[in-house]
Design a binder for this molecule. Sequence first.
Ligand code: HEM
Length: 438
Amino acid sequence: MSETFSLQLCKKYGPVCTIWLANKPVVILSGYQTIKDALVLQGEEFNGRAQYPFLVKATNGYGVMVSSGHRWRELRRFSIMTLKNFGMGRRSVEERVQEEARSLVKAFNEYEGGLFNPRELLCNAVANVICSIMFGQRFEYKDPDFLLLYNAVTDVFIVLNSPIGQLYNLFPGILDRLPGKHRDMFALLQDTQAYVKREADTRIKHLDVNSTPQDYIEAFMIKMIQEKDVPNSEFHYDNLLGSVWNLFSAGTETTSSTLRQMILMMIKHPHIQEIDEVIGPDGSPSMDDRSKMPYTDAVINEVQCNMDLTPTSVPHKVTVDTEFKNYHNPKDTMVPLLSSVLSDHKLWRNPGNFDPENFLDEEGRFKKNDAFLAFGLGKRNCLGEGLARMELFLFTSSLLQRFTFVGTRPPEEIDTTPKCCSFGWLPRVYDCYTKLRV
Ligand code: HEM
C-alpha cells in the first residue's frame, strides 16, 4: 500500500477509513488525535500486532515484535528491562556505541578523497551495536558469523521489498510450493537461528544465575532457568531466537537508513554540517553533549520527520471486537497507522520542507513536538527508541567532528526525496566524498 494511496483515501474518507484486502477489512487511522485516541486511550484493544505471513513464517510467531497478548507483554517487559540494565551496567550501551563510532570513523577515513557509497559501512556499524548487546561482543566486519547475521538482515530486507516478497505476504500458501528467492531467505534465517542457538548453548555451560548477565542472550537464558517450573512460561528457545532476530532486524535497517538520509541531507544543505562548538576536535562525543548541541539534535529529528521512514508504522491489529469513533472493528482487524501527522500543516512550521527550526524555540533551545511519531506512540512504541536516538546522535556527531561530506553534484541538483518501497521510504542511492575536518 503506497502512502500516497492511503493518504488520498484518508483525505477523502476521513481519519478512520476501511479498505478491503481480498476478503479482509483493513482499518487505516490517520491524524494525530485519532492515532493517540486509539493507541493511548484504547491501547489495550489496539496493541495487537498484525500477522504478516512472511514474519509469521520467519519466526513461527515467536519474538517480541510479531507476537500479541501475554507473550508480547512478557517479552516486551523483559527486553526493555534488559536494555535498561545494560544502560546502567559496567559496560554501558553508550560505551558500546562510542566504540563502534570510532570504528566507523576509521572505516570512513580509509576512503578519504575517494568516492564511496556509505550504505554498507553505516549498516555494519549499526548491526554491530546490536551484536554487542545480543552477543556481548562486536565483530570484525569480515567475520563469517557477522556476515551471516548481516546478510540475514540485509538480504531479507531486499527480498521483502521485491515483488516476490510482496506476493508472499498475499499468497503464502502458493509461494511456499514454488521455488524462488523467498526460499533462500527462509533457509538463511534458519542458519541464523542455528547460530543464535549455538551461542545460547555455549553460555549455558558456565551460566551463573546470580551473576550480572553480560548480554541479552545470557539474560534470557537466566530467565529461562528461573522460570523452568512456571507453566506456559514464554521464556524458551523459540522466543529467544525470535526476539533476537526481531531486535536485530527492527534495529538495523531503520537506524542505518536514517543515518544514510542524514548524510544526504548534509550534502544538500552544507550549512547544517557546522557541528556545534561543544566537543572540539579531540573529545569523544557522549550523550552528555546532546543537551548542549540543540541544533544537531534538531537536525536529527527533522531528518526523521522529513524522510518518514515507516509511513504506516508496523501495522497493529485489534485484539478483541472494538468500537472506535462509531465504527465496529472485528477482532484481528489489521490497523495501519498513518504517520501523515509528520506532514500536517497544523502541527509543523513548514511541512514537506527540511526545516530544523521545527525543533527549536526562539532562544535556539531544543523543543519537542508531540506530533513527532517516528517511533510510534503508546505501549507498543519502538522499544529501541532510546538506543536508536543514542546511535543517531553519537554516530552523526562523531562523523561530523572528523569530516565534511560532499556529493558528486552541486547541492541544488541533489534530489533528497526518499524512494517508496513496500516497507517504507528509503534514501536514494548515492556516492559521496569526505574531506577531513581536523
Ligand atoms: C531510527 C530508528 C528506528 C525507527 C524510526 C524505529 C521505528 C519503529 C516503529 C515505527 C515501530 C512500530 C511501533 C508500533 O508498533 O506502533 C518500531 C517497533 C520496534 N522497534 Fe524500532 N525503530 C528504530 C530503531 C530500533 C532499534 C535500534 C531497535 C532495537 C533495539 C528497535 C526495535 C524495535 C522493536 C523490537 C519493535 C517492536 C516493539 C513491539 O512490538 O512491542 N527499533 N520501531
